[in-house]
Design a protein around this ligand. Structure first.
Ligand SMILES: [Zn+2]
Length: 335
């Protein structure tokens, strides 16, 4: 699959998603950031390990890329902050002035917008959430592009369920890694696509949380309509990010990736259905604050799919087909 994002600058970026591990930071975050640190005593961040960097080098070689080990190690921890700064650069001061961005591995796979106790506007994005998205993109992508032998077809379904379970139990991440790694190193060709998708998905999540601030939702009573409204504005922000492709250093969202927000909602739909089944709940997903995710991708599709390039449509259909097959395999509702 071609993408205008395939330039040299981003080569190490592409490989680095696989190598990050969550470690406990013994030191407190710097005092200037104190407000943004969760209330837990210790902050967590994702750091690359030597083993992880070795693996990234192996992958880079498999993809015929050069890798700058030092740069990759640096980016591994700061990637989401770089993405946020690129989004803020595109959206400008009118929308982002006064916003604080927080990116820690909080062992809660969430992103949210809030006001701190001192009234600062905060956008928070858990680092492990984008690892979660990466793992799903790899597994769904492998199943989309390869005709897998029977045992791997079953294993990838089991592994996907393990990834879904990390939402409830984030510490499963470390248990799943050894099973996921052979798929990452064995199917390196899926990584550029998986990484471009996770980048677009992360950018959309950042835009969605900024949109909640723009629309004045933060601090208001929960309302599912807020989610549809924030999604729509976020999509428009993501289009601006896509149009600024050549000016941005880290956040490279090509027009081929513009269906990523719908795929993201499909992943959440898979998660909602799977966890309802685990808990043996027959009732459909219900939440006071959020509409069911299948309604959110339907709304996004209805509003924006006419603008997608043929490549974006092809990618969406490929990944959606793979997801559909997985839903059938897991005896969930394949919409
Ligand atoms: Zn929201």
């Amino acid at each position: 699959m071609s993408s205008k994002g395939d330039n040299k600058d981003r080569q190490s970026d592409k490989a680095l998603f696989v190598l990050r591990e969550i470690e406990e930071e013994t030191a407190q975050a710097p005092s200037s950031d104190k407000e943004a640190v969760p209330t837990t005593q210790k902050a967590h961040r994702i750091y690359p390990t030597d083993k992880g960097l070795d693996m990234a080098e192996e992958i880079a070689a498999g993809l015929n890329m050069e890798m700058n080990r030092k740069k990759t190690a640096q980016w591994a921890t700061e990637l989401l902050a770089h993405y946020y700064h690129d989004v803020a650069k595109v959206l400008g001061d009118d929308l982002c002035e006064g916003l604080t961005f927080e990116h820690l591995a909080s062992r809660k796979l969430i992103a949210f917008s809030a006001h701190t106790h001192t009234g600062r506007a905060l956008v928070s994005f858990d680092q492990q959430l984008d690892l979660w998205l990466f793992s799903l993109n790899v597994l769904i992508g492998i199943r989309a592009f390869w005709c897998l032998p029977k045992d791997q077809y079953a294993q990838t379904a089991t592994l996907t369920q393990g990834v879904l379970a990390t939402l409830e139990d984030p510490y499963l991440h470390e248990k799943i890694r050894p099973y996921l790694e052979p798929y990452i190193t064995g199917y390196v060709k899926v990584l550029p696509v998986a990484n471009c998708l996770v980048m677009a998905m992360s950018a959309f999540i950042i835009c969605h949380e900024i949109a909640h601030h723009t629309l004045g939702h933060v601090g208001m009573k929960n309302d599912p309509q807020h989610e549809y409204d924030a999604d729509k504005i976020a999509y428009a922000y993501l289009e601006k990010v896509c149009n600024a492709f050549d000016q941005l250093t880290y956040l490279k969202v090509s027009e081929n990736m513009m269906a990523a927000p719908c795929l993201l909602m499909k992943y959440f739909d898979l998660t909602e259905q799977w966890s309802a089944k685990q808990q043996q709940r027959d009732a459909p997903f219900s939440s006071e604050s959020h509409p069911p995710s299948f309604k959110r991708y339907q709304a996004l599709e209805a509003a924006f799919s006419s603008r997608w390039s043929q490549e974006a449509v092809n990618l969406y259909e490929g990944f959606s087909g793979s997801l559909h097959e997985l839903l059938v395999q897991l005896e969930l509702n394949a919409r």
